[in-house]
Design a protein around this ligand. Structure first.
Ligand code: G2I
Length: 456
């Protein structure tokens, strides 16, 4: 970065503060402080950059190296779908999903859950069901899976691809749709009850062009849900683009219009067929559109290398088959580094406070991780045993300006002011040095919780 004569000559006529700001902006323009990975670059504006991960590729060191280096959000490509998690009715299997979730969380990446209810990739037993039996089976599936992952998922695609393509603006016909038009809101309510801390999204494709009937239909559903208090927090635009379905010129308008309904918007499965500078420029446009919309909270690409893609023939991703960065990668990184306003109506702050309770056996400490937005918060409290195992524990929190509306994995007394929490049966025993977590959701502010822990 060169300081030009023009910028130097400005210094004497601006205040010290302005001069400092000028210096900072020049440094940014010269990219001296630019982030060098997608996740870090997205974080500069409070956003995330994610990818789809396939459990079957987790033994591939090139794949894992790129995943661990570049991304801070993960979506299981197939492993959390209905056929994977409930292969026979009432028998839930989470092995492959857990491998992905545990890897992500151990690396500090967050997880988007995909997907709780969908007409596709249903297990065989569900494909043959109808009516109230199917409705109940679907709701049970949503409840069980969202409960199993409670506290671990940033956002769930609660319902995926429920609208028809083409000009009808109608719901897609499916066995789920035939259980009644309210199946979508029923799924959202079940998901909220099961995991009140997760953002709940409706996710679809071909909803990128504002003028399309399908986009308009999804918009009207979200508008209706917001008006009637159906719990929905976000809309996912899959954004699979190619020559037949290019990045629309009104893409940013679409993102903004959804956001204006009072939901977050996420680009959930981005891939753009093509190569070279044409592909790079399309990726640049999509990234900039998200950055220009304050409630566009993050972007996920649908795979890592071209060869990992569901449509590898279209070379639609940011890394080539050998794991090398493509021009598209550089354009996304540069666009992210150029920044944009962070989410305004939803600010996520994570604060950790640790309070110890003196030396000796049976002690514990408690720390809080707080996700605060304008109207409310979710607090996750971690209880860690001291030098000997806990057989039961009690945590006290202070809620000066907030009220608890929901809690999980602990017994509670009180909803505001001093609120006391004790273990439930299954998390009473905590081995020495190990931790367990409980959580709660509230309205107002969750700051100043200052948890203290004692053995009981
Ligand atoms: O089709 C692209 C995406 C559209 N939106 C929803 C996403 O969930 C969907 O992902 C794709 C996966 O990328 C594919 O990997 O969903 C496909 C199925 O709908 C996935 O394909 C399936 C194959 O159809 C199966 O034959 C295969 O066993 O992947 C499975 C696991 O490799």
């Amino acid at each position: 970065m060169k300081l030009t004569a023009r910028s130097v000559s400005l210094v004497p006529i601006v205040s010290t503060v302005a001069a400092a700001a000028l210096g900072a902006s020049l440094i940014m323009a010269g990219n001296a402080n630019a982030a060098t990975t997608l996740g870090a670059a997205a974080q500069q504006s409070g956003r995330y950059f994610g990818t789809a991960v396939a459990a079957g590729r987790m033994g591939d060191s090139t794949y894992m190296g790129i995943l661990n280096r570049e991304f801070d959000m993960v979506t299981a490509e197939n492993e959390m779908k209905m056929d994977a998690t409930e292969p026979s009715q009432g028998r839930f299997t989470y092995g492959n999903a857990d491998r992905i979730v545990n890897h992500a969380r151990s690396r500090g990446m967050r997880v988007r859950g995909h997907a709780l209810a969908w007409h596709s990739q249903q297990p065989g037993w569900m494909q043959n069901m109808s009516g109230s039996a199917l409705r109940n089976a679907m709701l049970n599936h949503v409840t069980q899976v969202a409960t199993y992952y409670r506290g671990k998922i940033y956002a769930w695609d609660v319902v995926n691809e429920a609208f028809a393509d083409g000009s009808s603006g109608a719901r897609r016909d499916s066995n789920l749709q035939r259980t009644g038009n309210d199946w979508i809101e029923a799924a959202f309510r079940a998901a909220r009850a099961a995991d009140p801390g997760a953002k709940l999204c409706y996710n679809d494709y071909n909803t990128d062009d504002w003028s399309h009937a399908k986009t308009q239909a999804v918009y009207r559903m979200v508008q209706d849900f917001k008006a009637r208090g159906v719990p929905i927090d976000c809309v996912g635009l899959q954004s699979h683009f190619n020559a037949q379905s290019p990045v629309p010129s009104n893409y940013q308008t679409t993102l903004q219009n959804f956001a204006n309904l009072g939901v977050d918007v996420q680009i959930t499965e981005l891939d753009i067929e093509g190569s070279g500078s044409a592909q790079a420029s399309n990726y640049d446009r999509v990234t900039r559109a998200c950055l220009a919309v304050s409630r566009c909270t993050g972007i996920t690409v649908w795979g890592i290398r071209d060869s990992d893609s569901w449509r590898a023939y279209g070379t639609p991703l940011l890394f080539d088959n050998n794991g090398n960065k493509k021009p598209a990668y550089t354009s996304v990184l540069n666009a992210l580094n150029a920044g944009g306003p962070g989410p305004t109506t939803t600010t996520t702050t994570t604060t950790t406070t640790t309070t110890s309770n003196g030396p000796g056996p049976g002690d514990c400490t408690a720390s809080v991780s707080l996700n605060q937005w304008n109207e409310g918060f979710v607090a996750t409290i971690k209880v860690t045993a001291g030098s000997s195992a806990l057989k039961g524990w009690r945590v006290t929190t202070t809620l000066s300006n907030g009220t608890v509306t929901n809690s999980w994995s602990a017994n509670r007394s009180g909803t505001s002011g001093t609120v006391n929490w004790t273990n439930v049966d299954y998390n009473a025993n905590v081995p020495a040095g190990q931790s367990t977590e409980f959580g709660f959701q509230g309205t107002g502010s969750g700051s100043g919780l200052n948890p203290t822990c004692s053995a009981s």
